[in-house]
Design a protein around this ligand. Structure first.
Ligand code: ATP
Ligand code: MG
Length: 180
């Protein structure tokens, strides 16, 4: 599984619709300070279901919508789509290519889509559970994250290994059944 394409419209500094195509292997995004490199990482986290606005570097969710500039009016909604290669069937859907979309309007209304079909946030979270890709995954290592991993306590490090091994799902179920 790999990220094939990302489409962004109205998210943070991206007022125009942009499409970035990625290939297998390594891709580097370079540019001057403030040009939007981290906004691309934020867009990926957001579409994977990130709900914590702090980790998207804002103070309220509306901050992810293009706020306008002197020359340009603010936009009414933000939309991000990830297109993932699934030819090896890592994600449990029978498609070789899977798209995931998140949309947020200024009114606060949200929309989530898998392969252009409306779904719930929960469906997106379940699709990525134990693949390492979800918002709790380790697929995005932000600035300072390495430091926090190296200096974290044994329980937190264990959790990271559990997620990588794909057993978090079972641990959660075990805990749930013990509570009953
Ligand atoms: P650095 O090299 O310093 O890390 P960067 O390329 O990662 O820079 P970003 O942090 O991605 O830069 O982009 C910051 C820019 O995005 C700022 O100019 C900021 O004004 C702009 N920005 C953030 N949110 C919005 C928004 N909602 N509307 C318009 N512009 C926004
Ligand atoms: Mg940055």
């Amino acid at each position: 599984m790999y990220l094939k394409r990302i489409e962004i419209y109205g998210f943070k500094s991206f007022a125009d619709r942009i499409e970035l195509d990625f290939d297998r292997g390594i891709t580097a995004v370079v540019g001057p300070n403030g040009s939007g490199k981290s906004n691309i990482a934020d867009a990926i986290k957001w579409v994977l279901g990130e709900q914590k606005i702090k980790s998207l570097r804002g103070s309220k969710m509306e901050d992810v919508i293009f706020a306008g500039t002197i020359a340009r009016k603010p936009l009414g909604y933000a939309e991000v789509t990830l297109v993932l290669d699934n030819s090896q069937g890592v994600l449990a859907l029978e498609y070789d290519e899977i798209s995931v979309t998140r949309r947020l309007y200024r009114s606060g209304e949200s929309e989530y889509l898998i392969n252009k079909t409306p779904c719930r946030l929960k469906d997106i979270q379940e699709l990525f559970a134990d693949t390492g890709l979800g918002k709790e995954g380790y697929s995005i290592i932000g600035q300072g994250k390495i430091d926090s991993i190296v200096s974290s306590n044994p329980q937190d490090i264990r959790h990271l290994f559990d997620e990588a091994a794909g057993i978090v799902k079972f641990k959660n179920r075990k805990q749930e059944s013990e509570r009953k």
